[in-house]
Design a protein around this ligand. Structure first.
Ligand code: 4NP
Length: 162
């Protein structure tokens, strides 16, 4: 069997947006019966929360949709650029940081904004940081992540003829 297709979701702290995107995407892939074909993970651009479980508000939003998040926060590493074909970030701050790292270790890496795959995104391609906002922020973030993850999976399926 061919190598799994690597998909890495990246945000700032790796406790809110990217572990949720990881959980949502993992579930979509599972529903399509393609779990064996994918290597899915998430990481942060910082190590502020390294070793921690996802934020309680993220866990709650995920649980309401039947998703159990088991991720442990970590910072993105140089090795991730070799392991993951698709590096998918949440906002333009993440994009700048990841691109700067990629330039040094893997200049050909393709880094995508997650909402570039969200058909409802319009001009705003950011998943906003919900960390300092209220719980409603987490609901909105979940909805955009889910739409965008469906679009991302369609994109990957077309590129890989899956
Ligand atoms: P995330 O959210 O990047 O979606 O995981 C944040 C988590 C922590 C902080 C900021 C954003 N922080 O400043 O500690």
């Amino acid at each position: 069997m061919s190598d799994p297709i690597g998909v890495l979701f990246v945000c700032l702290g790796n406790i809110c947006r990217s572990p949720l995107a990881e959980g949502v995407f993992r579930e979509l892939v599972r529903q399509e019966g393609m779990s064996e074909r994918f290597d899915i993970d998430s990481a942060g651009t910082t190590d502020y929360h390294a070793g921690e479980s996802p934020d309680a508000r993220t866990v709650e939003v995920a649980q309401r949709r039947g998703l159990r998040l088991t991720h442990e926060a970590r910072r993105i590493t140089a090795g991730d650029f070799g392991r993951f074909e698709y590096i998918v970030v949440m906002d333009t701050n993440n994009l700048a940081k990841v691109q700067r790292l990629a330039e040094r270790v893997h200049p050909d890496a393709e880094v995508h904004l997650l909402r570039s795959f969200d058909p409802a995104a319009g001009k705003d391609l950011e998943v906003p940081d919900p960390y300092f906002g209220g719980p409603r922020g987490f609901e909105d973030v979940h909805d955009m992540i889910e739409r965008a993850c469906r679009g991302l999976l369609d994109h990957i399926r077309s590129e890989h003829a899956l």
